[in-house]
Ligand binder design. Structure first.
Ligand SMILES: NC(=O)C1=CN([C@@H]2O[C@H](COP(=O)(O)OP(=O)(O)OC[C@H]3O[C@@H](n4cnc5c(N)ncnc54)[C@H](OP(=O)(O)O)[C@@H]3O)[C@@H](O)[C@H]2O)C=CC1
Ligand SMILES: O=C1Nc2ccccc2C1=O
Length: 281
């Protein structure tokens, strides 16, 4: 059964929205997040690195104040510990800082380790602190980002593992498909959050995607977001342009055929729009 349009159940029994809103380089995040929630987004993706966690939190709180039918539990707030916050003590205080920054939210829905870059010892020590944050109730779920198969295997076989990651947030688009990593992630009962689903806008002029968009009278951005959903991922497109927010969310009223999906696929291209750290030691 297709879960497109519905919340998805994670391996700890909690629900995550089927897609979300990215906020990298969004400096007016309070305005964008509030408007995003108004038009129907329910997942907000930020990070310590983005320097806009407080603005994202403000956007959520302002929305909830004005829309008393919506509750805190209806919104899903994701943030990430940056590389220099790895290590047990470091991560513990960073997590408290993350929560203090968005005090009004009361808890963090999903906390990610932003990358595996800091090496095995730091990765596992960070995970220990993240597990404790779940046990304390300040974080509901924990996950990883930019983890390759070896990093996932390392964590899943660690004798200190008490809480499995619920997601791996990785770059996935038709030009960065990562079939093997996505398959491994899903087979091990973790969801794939697909970042840069619009290829950071670098491929929005792609001819095949443009043809499909034209035929369906939609935008290339909608085609790419739908591609991600039909692959079974949770895309988090970003826009700081308020008028694009509802367009990017309007991806449930059309489908891509098997042929159209194939036309978009580029299994032999590996062109990440951002950093590539899934193979780091
Ligand atoms: N965990 C990680 O390491 C990473 C996580 N991320 C997360 O994923 C999110 C998405 O990735 P990101 O790199 O931002 O790239 P995206 O693939 O989401 O592309 C964003 C770009 O597309 C443009 N755009 C958005 N919608 C449209 C539209 N309808 N028509 C035309 N152009 C459009 C935006 O322009 P404009 O804003 O001007 O409208 C922006 O230039 C990030 O914001 C972040 O939250 C991203 C990278 C790494
Ligand atoms: O959204 C992001 N853009 C980035 C660029 C470099 C490193 C991390 C990130 C993000 O998380």
């Amino acid at each position: 059964m297709s879960v497109i349009g519905k919340s998805i159940k994670l391996n700890n029994g909690t629900l995550i929205p089927f897609m979300g809103l990215g906020t990298w380089e969004v400096m007016n995040a309070d305005e964008v997040v509030e408007e995003g929630l108004k038009v129907g987004y329910r997942l907000i993706d930020t990070a310590v690195l983005y320097d806009n966690e407080k603005l994202c939190g403000d956007g959520i709180i302002n929305y909830l104040k004005k829309n008393t039918n919506s509750k805190r539990e209806d919104i899903y707030y994701v943030t990430k510990l940056w590389n220099n916050q790895n290590g047990y003590e470091n991560a513990k205080s960073a997590i408290n800082e993350c929560l203090k920054t968005v005090e009004g939210l009361g808890y963090i829905d999903l906390l990610l380790i932003h990358s595996p870059c800091e090496g095995k010892k730091m990765r596992l020590e960070t995970w220990r602190a993240m597990q404790e944050a779940v046990e304390k109730g300040i974080v509901k779920s924990i996950g990883v980002s930019n983890y390759g198969i070896n990093h996932l295997k390392e964590l899943l076989s660690w004798d200190g593992l008490k809480i499995k990651p619920v997601v791996n947030e990785i770059e996935v688009s038709p030009w960065c498909m990562r079939d093997e990593l996505c398959k491994f992630t899903k087979e091990n009962d973790m969801q794939v959050i697909a970042y840069a689903p619009l290829s950071h806008a670098y491929r929005l002029q792609d001819e095949d995607a443009a043809k499909i968009a034209e035929k369906k009278n939609i935008s290339v951005a909608q085609v790419l977001i739908r591609w991600s959903l039909q692959k079974g991922y949770i895309p988090i497109p970003k826009t700081k342009t308020l008028s694009r927010l509802p367009i990017n969310l309007d991806v449930l009223s059309f489908q891509l055929s098997e042929d159209e999906m194939k036309q978009l696929d580029h299994p032999n291209v590996h062109d990440p729009s951002d950093w590539e750290v899934t193979t780091c030691p």
